[in-house]
Design a protein around this ligand. Structure first.
Ligand SMILES: Cc1ncc(COP(=O)(O)O)c(C=O)c1O
Length: 474
């Protein structure tokens, strides 16, 4: 096997949180973090590391810091540098997980409570959700406890309620077209497991949801990207690739795209739906963020626009009620759902029955919960955009249709370095490359307002101070 190489963006991701101790020198912290990656096998022997210059710039440290850290590791016998052939990891082989260097997984969050976390866009549950979940009584549960409790496709009553919910949102559905999953992330994993073999091609937007990229990569899929411009996906490129490549899967988030927050324009959605039906490509439409729309009912789903195409629509109760419920679904054809249920049995046998009973109750509150969420999110967007406009006037962002974050374009600089510098300034934001299958989006960062107004105020002030500091250095 060829020796692996790791780019500066992927290494920066693995080093996530390397610099946490203000009393310790940067080169020592960096050397310690690299040593940990080498000893855990995440940087296996033979790996070619990025150049000192490239990694220093990405980590927002001086070249001298990098040179000293690499020199320390060389003196410990962990690195080997040869003129003209770069710096490689030395050492003994360790057991390791394949592909760990490409995993995006940015959910580490802030370990220290003095750090403001504007990186996670997952919303807290609404307060009254606890009361509704708590209203599931022992008597409600008793009849299920008398059975074995394994329902790979989901509790029949919940499948019926989700089918009704999809129908009310404009996608006419029957209960046996619904497979209940443990959140929409499991829905993605299940589809990837059932449909992909190593080397299969999957079309994804750039940027897109990192969880989908990880699910497809875990199956060894080859990811091909379609650019997502500020006004939506480039439909010409998409249709051309569908016709010429005939990929195994196309993954889109047509309503409240993560991370950009925009809806696919209806005319573009129709063009894509027609191309999907024509080429026979299976489409995953991720509708898990539909409940974060700032206003109005959900736009028509791709499945309703292309009723004859192979569409797998994914939904979730995480955004509307609470991620901790772990209830989501796949809505597709009866046959496909039946087949997926067999894969599901070997994954986890089925979702938690108490969670499904709670979900059944919560689905009665959809209109009220959507109204509350929309109000909270609209207000969040307004205060965050006002604060950014005041404190960081040269940052710009895409006007979202929903969600709990802003997709910000930096006027200059590398987003990875800006996010690193921000971390050292006590605030976490997500660099755009976390959402990119090609480690691109280096002029973008995602700034979340899920943590609430106080955190956003303090976080934006810290960001502004970090930004001014970087400007002064130029
Ligand atoms: C677009 C998208 N898909 C899927 C998920 C996973 O959500 P869950 O598994 O909680 O439904 C998220 C979570 O933030 C998301 O933003």
């Amino acid at each position: 096997m060829d020796n692996p190489r790791i780019g500066e963006a992927a290494l920066a991701r693995l080093l996530d949180g390397w610099c946490t101790d203000a009393r310790e020198s940067l080169h020592r912290q960096l050397a310690a973090a690299l040593t940990a990656l080498i000893s855990s096998g995440e940087l296996p022997p033979g790996t070619l590391l990025p150049s000192e210059r490239a990694l220093a710039s990405t980590l927002a440290v001086s070249r001298g810091t990098l040179v000293t850290a690499y020199t320390t590791l060389r003196s410990l016998g962990l690195l080997d540098s040869r003129q003209g052939s770069g710096t490689r990891v030395r050492g003994v082989s360790q057991p390791r997980l394949p592909g760990s260097a490409t995993r995006l997984n940015p959910l580490s969050g802030a370990a220290d409570s003095s750090v403001i976390d504007l990186s996670g866009a997952a919303l807290p549950g609404q307060d009254w959700v606890a009361d509704v979940v708590g209203s599931v009584s022992p008597d409600d549960l008793r009849r299920w406890v008398r059975g074995h409790g394994y329902h790979p496709a989901g509790l029949p009553q919940l499948r019926t309620a989700i089918a009704r919910h999809c129908t009310e949102d404009g996608l006419i559905s029957e209960p046996d077209q619904v497979l209940v999953t443990s959140g929409s992330q499991q829905a993605l994993q299940l589809i990837a497991t059932a449909m992909l073999a190593p080397g299969d091609e999957v079309l994804v937007e750039d940027p897109t949801n990192w969880g989908a990229l990880d699910a497809f990569r875990d199956r060894g899929a080859r990811l091909r990207t379609i650019p997502l411009r500020d006004d939506g996906v480039d439909a010409d490129v998409l249709v051309r690739l569908l016709r010429s490549r005939r990929p195994r899967l196309l993954y889109l988030a047509p309503t409240v795209h993560n991370p950009v927050g925009v809806n696919l324009r209806p005319a573009v959605a129709k063009v894509i739906a027609a191309a999907v039906a024509e080429t026979g490509t299976a489409l995953i439409e991720d509708l898990s963020s539909v409940d974060t729309l700032f206003t109005g009912p959900p736009p028509p789903s791709m499945a309703s626009l292309a009723p004859d195409a192979a569409v797998l629509s994914i939904g979730s109760l995480s955004k509307l009620f609470w991620g901790g419920l772990r209830v989501g679904w796949i809505r597709s054809t009866v046959d496909f759902v039946k087949q997926l249920a067999t894969y599901r049995s070997s994954a986890d046998m089925g979702s938690s029955v108490p969670s499904q009973l709670a979900a059944l109750r919560l689905l009665e509150y959809v209109p009220r919960a959507r109204r509350t969420r929309a109000g909270q999110l609209r207000a969040g967007y307004e205060w965050t955009s006002d604060l950014l406009a005041t404190h960081l006037p040269d940052w710009t962002w895409v006007e979202p249709d929903g969600g709990a974050s802003l997709w910000v374009r930096l006027p200059e600089g590398n987003a990875l370095a800006v996010a690193e510098a921000a971390r050292r300034g006590g605030v976490l934001i997500t660099p755009g490359s976390v959402f990119s299958a090609t480690d691109g989006q280096l002029d973008r960062v995602r700034v979340s307002f899920a943590a609430g107004p106080d955190a956003v105020l303090e976080g934006v002030q810290r960001l502004a101070s970090v930004w001014r500091g970087r400007r002064r250095l130029r």
